[in-house]
Structure formats: C-alpha cells, structure tokens
Design a protein around this ligand. Structure first.
Ligand code: URA
Length: 252
C-alpha cells in the first residue's frame, strides 16, 4: 500500500505540471480517481487509478537511480564554475528537474567507470559509510612490476600516510606487458581520497589508467559506452540495498 498523498502533489510529482497548473486541471474536472471526478486538490490518493484527461497517470518513484559510465575529463560534482561535471552528461530535464541529484562518492577527474547518480541520500550515506565496507573493484594499469612483496602488502594492508593502514584488499594481476606496465583488478572495501593511486604509489608504482567496474552489487555494463547512463532497474536497486545490512537486517 502506497503512502497517502494529496492529489495535486501526486500529479505534480508525476510530471503533469506545476502544483498550481495541476490544481487548475483538478478544479476544471479533468481528473478522475478510480473513475470518479475529483475536484479537490487535497483529496488523498493511495493505490487508486488516477487519470488526467482520461489517461492514467502513474505515481512518481520516490527516488531515482542512474548508473553512469563516467568518462575521463569530467569532475564528480553537481556544479562547477569552470569544469564540466558528471551532471552535465544528463539532459536538461533530468539535470535541472525537480530532483536533487548527486553522485554517490567521487571518482578522480582522470578516472573512468561506474558512478551512481541518485537523489536517495540515505542509500548514498550507507554506500559511502566506512563501516559498511562496500566493495569497489577497479581495473588499473600501473607502470611498474608488482612483485610478490608488493602484492602481499596491498592484500594485507598498506601504509598510505593515513592514521590507519588500508583494510585488506583483493588483488589480481592480469598481465605484465613488455612495456613494463601491469594490469590489475583491485577490490577495496573503503573509499579514501585517491586510495588506489596512493596504494600503488606506496609499493612504488604509478597508476596510468583507472576505471571502476563494480560497486557493491552493481557492475558497469559492457554495452554502456563512456559518457552514457541508464536508469537502474528495480531489481538492481533491490539487490544494492540488500547488500547493505544494518544491525543484521537488510536496509529495505
Ligand atoms: N582511487 C583513486 O585513486 N582514484 C579514484 O578515482 C578512485 C579510487
């Protein structure tokens, strides 16, 4: 059962016009609820069928979730006076719509890959909380060879100049090229500032390319081109929330 909501709010949230525009539609008798003409904007609707000019109006979702393939060269911010932001990759009606969208966490300007954009502050807070240990996997190309000691240190925890060493990480060396570059998959449970670059620097390597490919249960789809985005499916949102346990209970 949906939460009761005023009829004018229901229609405005569903994109049928501003609150005052939809009030006029209601007062003119253009709106029906379960087939009955309702002329009161304050009328409460829950699960009934709402129609405007005879067409069904579906209830707006409480929150929206977009999965963006961030390209290099844009910053993870909502606005900036000088730089192009991740929000500039969305069309005007989403960017400047009634929802206050923001990126969940930051990828560096030169980092590519999966970035979640939403207006769900509670979910963002949980995903970014250091206590939640949400896994993030990065594909990185580093210049240098990762020896056994470096691999062990990265896996067990490395001193990157913070108070605490990093939490254990998963590291898979994919290949070492003749150019001296090494390709790795690194999964970390935290999201410290420049963390991957600093972890690699701590073992004497420089990251020359970085791309995030997973966050929690989300995976960067192989057919989502750089700079493109798509809305998450309901089951993807469900799975993401289901990975976040609060006091032993899923956050649903
Ligand atoms: N680690 C980094 O160093 N940079 C990013 O953008 C993300 C993780």
């Amino acid at each position: 059962m949906q939460k009761p909501v005023r009829l004018d709010k229901y229609l405005a949230d569903a994109g049928c016009g501003t609150r005052s525009e939809v009030k006029i539609h209601i007062q003119k008798g253009k709106v029906t609820v379960d087939g009955e003409c309702i002329r009161k904007p304050e009328f409460k609707v829950t699960d009934q069928e709402v129609c405007l000019d005879g067409k069904t109006v579906s209830q707006a979702k409480e929150f929206v979730y977009y999965l963006l393939h961030k390209p290099a060269g844009v910053i993870s911010a909502t606005t900036d006076r000088k730089e192009k932001t991740v929000m500039d990759l969305f069309p005007e009606e989403i960017r400047n719509g009634r929802r206050e969208l923001f990126p969940v966490g930051r990828l560096d300007k030169d980092t590519e890959g999966l970035l979640l954009i939403t207006d769900d502050g509670a979910l963002a807070h949980e995903l970014l909380s250091p206590k939640k240990h949400v896994d993030k996997t990065y594909f990185a190309v580093v210049n240098g060879i990762l020896g056994d000691d470096a691999i062990r240190v990265i896996k067990e925890g490395v001193d990157i100049g913070d108070r605490e060493i990093t939490l254990p990480a998963a590291l898979e060396v994919l290949n070492t090229g003749e150019d001296g570059n090494t390709e790795v998959l690194l999964t970390i449970q935290e999201g410290r500032f420049h963390q991957v670059k600093r972890m690699m620097k701590a073992v004497g390597c420089e990251v020359v390319y970085l791309k995030r490919i997973t966050m929690g249960s989300l995976h960067l789809p192989s057919d989502l081109l750089k700079g493109m985005w798509r809305e998450l499916k309901d089951e993807e949102v469900f799975a993401l929330k289901n990975t976040l346990y609060t006091d032993g209970f899923p956050m649903l």
